[in-house]
Design a protein around this ligand. Structure first.
Ligand SMILES: *Cc1c(COP(=O)(O)O)cnc(C)c1O
Length: 448
């Protein structure tokens, strides 16, 4: 709970005014060297930055008449609507996908994809451990076992070399996550999937327009899932999508998300022949998404440019190690900007202290995900009666023995993130971030 609250606070800080913005003295007027050399804001000095960061989400008034038109039409759901299908068509075109299904959330998209590909109770799914908790939850909701393959801490993504040793006769699917917008090294993942006849669902819920070997993330595996929640790069408050190149599979997804009703090429025998849920997107969401799509490419390019520049500056500071891209990653899109903080090079100043010092300088930041693979939710599920019926005592015992992820643990103890909206600023804004980190480095002895 504490973690959730602090993440909320962090996201709120990213989207609104940072606390330091209330400081009366604008630091922008000081010479750059002075800004770095001065007393730390945490210890009563002047913060490097007092300016606001870009708000999020950003919209313009041109979308407002379309939203009103939906309201006045009374057709708010996709049943008779035309907006959701139009968005699906446009999003598929944007990615170069054959088909897209819009859903009520990214979580809904993931459940739909895994269910339709045949992940059932008692199956196992190999998952990236360093991810938003929804990735774990969807596997557990299907009463399958989320089996974690360790992270490569340099790239923040799943280490494909750790996957094969986790495969059992129950393994049904692989669920790699393009976390923070950093593409997973997909070739070896797909090779393992082919060799062992496993299905691949990409969690691309943080990876709109990201690319691996010039192919869009989400279109390399069997199905890809996206989120359009408020903080995401393509936001509609809530929303999600499943994309794929097999029409029948995506039509099956459509059927499942719409109470099991027949759809397109998927025509089951009777009106209630297959299971289904209601994960439908509303017409209002589709209108917002089509408007937001117009800014996605430009925003993405700006985040990329700023991330690259920020890395060029941060990597010059001892103890700061920016993310590294996988060899096949041709486009990373930075839902978050991550680096690793090596306290050994900061005279042992703990990460929490470093983060407080950075916040005080007017730079909102977060420690990111904790080691969730040992969190209560896995324990709760595996101790439940249903899991005890579905998996042998021996399998569950071995699960805990193998659920040891040293690189994930290390990464969780060293990561630092900035939110995507901070990358929508200027070079000057990136300099503020780097100057603040540099200032803390130079004053590290005063923090112990
Ligand atoms: C946001 C997110 C989800 C879930 O999406 P919702 O739309 O919030 O349900 C799943 N996986 C990852 C990696 C995410 O970032």
């Amino acid at each position: 709970m504490k973690q959730l609250l602090s993440r909320r606070r962090f996201l709120a800080a990213g989207a609104a005014v940072s606390a330091a913005a209330l400081s009366p003295v604008p630091a922008a007027g000081l010479p750059r060297s002075g800004r770095r050399a001065g007393k730390l804001a945490l210890l009563g000095g002047q913060p490097v930055r007092t300016k606001k960061w870009s708000p999020w989400p950003i919209w313009d008034r041109s979308a407002e008449p379309d939203i009103l038109a939906v309201l006045r039409s009374g057709v708010w759901f996709r049943g008779q609507g035309v907006r959701v299908p139009e968005f699906e068509k446009r999003y598929a075109e944007l990615l170069g996908a054959k088909k897209c299904l819009a859903t009520s959330s990214g979580t809904a998209a993931l459940i739909t994809a895994l269910h339709v590909l045949g992940v059932e109770a008692g199956d196992e799914v190999i998952v990236s451990p360093y991810t938003f908790i929804a990735t774990y939850n969807v596997v557990l909701m299907l009463k399958a076992l989320p089996v974690f393959a360790d992270t490569d801490q340099e790239t923040f993504t799943i280490n494909p070399q750790k996957i094969e040793e986790r495969i059992t006769e129950r393994t049904r699917a692989l669920l790699p996550v393009h976390i923070l917008g950093l593409p997973v090294e997909m070739d070896p993942v797909m090779e393992i999937a082919r060799k062992h006849r496993l299905l691949v669902v990409e969690d691309a819920c943080q990876a709109w327009l990201a690319e691996y070997k010039n192919k869009k993330c989400g279109l390399i595996g069997d199905l890809g899932c996206f989120s359009f929640q408020n903080s995401k790069h393509l936001p509609a408050g809530e929303g999600g999508a499943v994309v794929g190149n097999d029409s029948l599979v995506v039509d099956r997804c459509h059927s499942f998300h719409n109470c099991g009703r027949a759809f397109g090429s998927f025509q089951p025998a009777g009106p209630n022949a297959v299971r289904g849920v209601n994960f439908r997107m509303q017409e209002f969401q589709a209108v917002i998404l089509m408007s937001q799509m117009q800014r996605l490419e430009n925003d993405t390019r700006q985040r990329e440019d700023n991330a690259r520049y920020l890395s060029s500056r941060l990597q010059q500071i001892p103890g700061i190690i920016p993310y590294k891209l996988n060899p096949g990653a041709t486009r990373a899109i930075f839902h978050l900007y991550p680096f690793r903080y090596k306290k050994e090079l900061f005279d042992g100043v703990p990460r929490a202290k470093f983060l407080s010092a950075l916040e005080a300088e007017g730079i909102p930041c977060s420690s990111g995900y904790a080691s969730q693979h040992r969190d209560g939710l896995i324990q709760e599920a595996l101790n439940s009666e249903s899991y005890k019926r579905l998996f042998s005592a021996e399998r569950l015992k071995r699960y805990w023995e193998e659920n040891v992820l040293p690189e994930t643990d290390q990464l969780c103890s060293e990561a630092v993130w900035f939110t995507q909206n901070m990358l929508l600023g200027s070079r000057r804004d990136m300099d503020d971030i780097a100057d603040a980190v540099q200032k803390i480095y130079e004053n590290r002895d005063k923090l112990i």
